[in-house]
Design a protein around this ligand. Structure first.
Ligand code: HEC
Ligand code: HEC
Length: 149
């Protein structure tokens, strides 16, 4: 619900039909992710992405993600301040072997695809990855690809 309101706000902002923004208005409501500078991205992550994603992660597993923070997604990038993605500390993915994951990992992978990926894509104004066109925000926006030996 909140994400679709945000999407709507971004859409309205993009159309330029919005009234003059007040200084206290969250940056994400007026500027699209792709147009944000580094400071705006930092603010948007802190005030919009982290709280909304944390809500979703806690709903999935409160014990595991109760302390979710920037580092949960960014790993080393949250420490060196680059916030570079993908994060090499997240499980590297091998898409040809997803069906060989154990039950617990399969459950997480399914939730990632159904909830995490579309929500994240929505938050940064992208379409979820479409295998047909190979466009959009996918698992590899966060995870690295496993190198097959
Ligand atoms: C749910 C996962 C998630 C969380 C939590 C998260 N981020 Fe991000 N962040 C991302 C993704 C994914 C991107 C890359 C988006 C893209 O593809 O443009 C990103 C990008 C960024 C960028 C832009 C980096 C660049 O190269 O332009 C900054 C800055 C950033 N995050 C800061 C933060 C901060 C600060 C926090 C904590 C308050 C945070 N992030 C929490 C997923 C997350
Ligand atoms: C917005 C960033 C983001 C996206 C997009 C994303 N993931 Fe994740 N993924 C995470 C985070 C954060 C974790 C939890 C890491 C932890 O437990 O510390 C995770 C965990 C996992 C795990 C469990 C790994 C483990 O060590 O238990 C699997 C499997 C997984 N993701 C698969 C996927 C798949 C498949 C996709 C695409 C459909 C995907 N992820 C998309 C951020 C992301």
């Amino acid at each position: 619900m909140r994400t679709s309101l945000l999407a709507l706000a971004l859409l309205v902002a993009a159309c330029g039909s919005k009234s003059t923004p007040t200084p206290t208005e969250p940056v994400g409501a007026t500027t699209a992710w792709k147009d944000m500078n580094a400071d705006q991205r930092h603010d948007y992550m802190e005030h919009t992405v982290l709280p909304q994603m944390k809500e979703a992660f806690v709903a999935f597993d409160a014990e595991e993600f109760g302390e979710m923070n920037c580092k949960t997604c960014h790993g080393p990038g949250a420490e060196d301040g680059s916030f570079e993605m993908p994060n090499p500390d997240l499980m590297p993915l091998d898409f040809s072997k997803m069906d060989q994951l154990d039950e617990e990992h399969q459950k997480v992978a399914k939730w990632m695809g159904e909830v995490v990926l579309p929500k994240m894509a929505d938050l940064i104004g992208e379409q979820p990855y479409d295998p047909a066109t190979q466009q959009g925000f996918g698992c590899l926006g966060c995870h690295t690809m496993a190198t097959t030996k």
